[in-house]
Design a protein around this ligand. Structure first.
Ligand code: C5P
Ligand code: ZN
Length: 473
């Protein structure tokens, strides 16, 4: 069970929401664009639907004065999920009505007038113990015990936020307890299996090709090589009649063969560490009530699907799926996943081909007019994980319509040390006297800067890194 004070706090938020629903209030749910944010919003939305409450949902990339101004606010009860804890003062200043924040990001001081629910306030770590969707679930199950059927969405959110940091890529802390609730209710299964993309849905060579976590050099992203590897090394039937088989269909012996050949490959030609090779086997979370062969069966694939929906502008579709729509939306979701993949590959090729520029202490690219702002962070992250940019700082820029600003995503390549990107960005923002949204941690940071200030921003970043400030070298 979660700590009793946390349960009590969730119960208080739940009573408040129930009370407002009884008064026929109009709710405005506002949530974050990623998989966790969409899952969190849908948990609250389903709970409100079950209370017969009226509500609107808005999914945004960044919570700021500007994005708040765009949302009609009169006589609405605002419920922020997976965002808000870092902007308590802003929310308190901007919103007159009562406002609820259900989040798992580290909270800032202040915001005493808000109804604020965050596991950090009870000594838990929102980075790994529980996600935004998990926090929303804790509230939902206090609104009504029936909402316990939403626990799988909390797991989807946690995996979307990569909180599977336990042994064999398992969830820990409160996430593990929520998973246990799902298992007890017969709606979730935890199995040890190969962690590949599309384990339930894709032909085996495609599943292997699409697996990028872990990234398998020579196989990830290379269809021909995957097919060759399977045919020559693994030698299991890839088709049943005319139809391609999936990983989920393999017999125990076939799977053992595949795993053993894969690990051999990863340790040999793949040049990967034993730890990395082992991470191909791990804890798979199966939503047992979802139809077999659909992307919602495997919680990781479900999270990828929501992420693709969010980052290709199909947030309504992501929400609909989480809220139970299973007809037209499935083919549209497949389109979102494909579009996301194609765009990402195009962006990466472009940056690697001509977009990437070098300064003394950093690499940078401007995706303004070229890269969708919702994907610039992902592009920077993928590049940062490649060997080429080992221990290098990468800055990606794109134009944000939502903020009418340039968005910068900053990442540190593997092996980088002695630099704290969060600290770096805070210093540069201070030197530029900017108060626009910015922040981050050691390995990743983001900032919004006014159009036209890109050059100054890059120059100062480079300078700070060169000075050895923020531990830069
Ligand atoms: O937006 P992006 O993915 O580039 O951000 C990387 C990290 O920087 C986020 O995970 C978040 O921790 C932090 N960030 C922040 N405030 C912002 C933008 C990003 O704290 N306005
Ligand atoms: Zn989150």
């Amino acid at each position: 069970m979660p700590p009793p004070q946390l349960v009590k706090a969730a119960r208080d938020v739940a009573s408040y929401l129930r009370e407002k629903a009884r008064e026929n209030a109009l709710f405005q749910v506002v949530s974050h664009l990623d998989a966790d944010g969409i899952a969190a919003a849908s948990i609250i939305s389903t709970s409100l639907t079950r209370l017969n409450a009226r509500f609107h949902v808005r999914i945004i990339q960044q919570l700021s004065r500007k994005s708040l101004e765009r949302i009609p606010r009169r006589e609405r009860v605002f419920v922020f999920t997976d965002m808000g804890s870092g902007q308590l003062k802003l929310l308190e200043e901007s919103l007159q009505e009562d406002t609820v924040v259900i989040d798992h990001h580290p909270p800032e001081e202040g915001g005493g007038r808000l109804i604020h629910f965050n596991p950090h306030l009870f000594g838990l770590d929102g980075g790994v113990d529980v996600s935004g969707a998990g926090a929303a679930y804790l509230v939902a199950r206090e609104i009504d015990v029936k909402n316990r059927d939403l626990s799988p969405l909390a797991i989807v959110g946690a995996l979307g936020d990569r909180q599977d940091k336990g042994k064999q890529r398992s969830l820990t802390g409160l996430n593990a307890e929520i998973a246990r609730e799902g298992v007890e209710h017969g709606i979730l299964q935890e199995v040890k299996d190969l962690i590949v993309f599309g384990r339930e849905t894709r032909p085996i060579p495609v599943a292997l090709e699409y697996t990028t976590d872990p990234f398998i050099p020579g196989l990830s992203g290379n269809h021909g090589a995957c097919l060759k590897f399977l045919v020559e090394r693994v030698q299991i039937p890839l088709k049943a009649g005319d139809r391609w088989r999936t990983i989920a269909e393999l017999s125990r012996e076939e799977k053992a063969r595949l795993v053993s050949e894969l690990v051999k490959y990863m340790l040999g030609p793949g040049n990967m560490s034993a730890d990395e090779a082992q991470s191909i086997i791990g804890t798979v979370y199966v939503l047992s009530r979802e139809r077999e062969g659909t992307p919602m069966r495997d919680a990781r694939e479900y999270a990828s699907l929501l992420n693709a929906c969010g980052r290709t502008g199909r947030t309504g579709l992501g929400l609909a799926i989480c809220m139970g729509e299973r007809k037209r939306s499935l083919s549209e979701a497949a389109e979102a996943v494909d579009e996301y993949r194609v765009k990402l590959a195009d962006y990466i090729n472009w940056v690697e081909g001509e977009g990437m520029k070098k300064r003394k202490n950093l690499y940078w690219f401007s995706g303004v007019g070229r890269i969708d702002v919702r994907m610039v962070g992902t592009v920077a992250s993928i590049l940062a994980s490649s060997k080429k940019y080992q221990s290098k700082v990468i800055v990606g820029l794109a134009y944000s319509n939502e903020e009418d600003c340039i968005k910068a995503s900053i990442r540190l390549g593997k092996g980088g040390e002695n630099v704290d990107l969060g600290e770096l960005v805070r210093r540069v923002m201070e030197r530029m006297k900017l108060e626009t949204a910015a922040g981050g941690h050691e390995l990743a940071a983001g900032a919004y800067i006014p159009v036209g200030k890109e050059e100054e921003f890059l120059m100062l970043l480079d300078e700070e890194l060169g000075m050895g400030g923020c531990g830069g070298r």
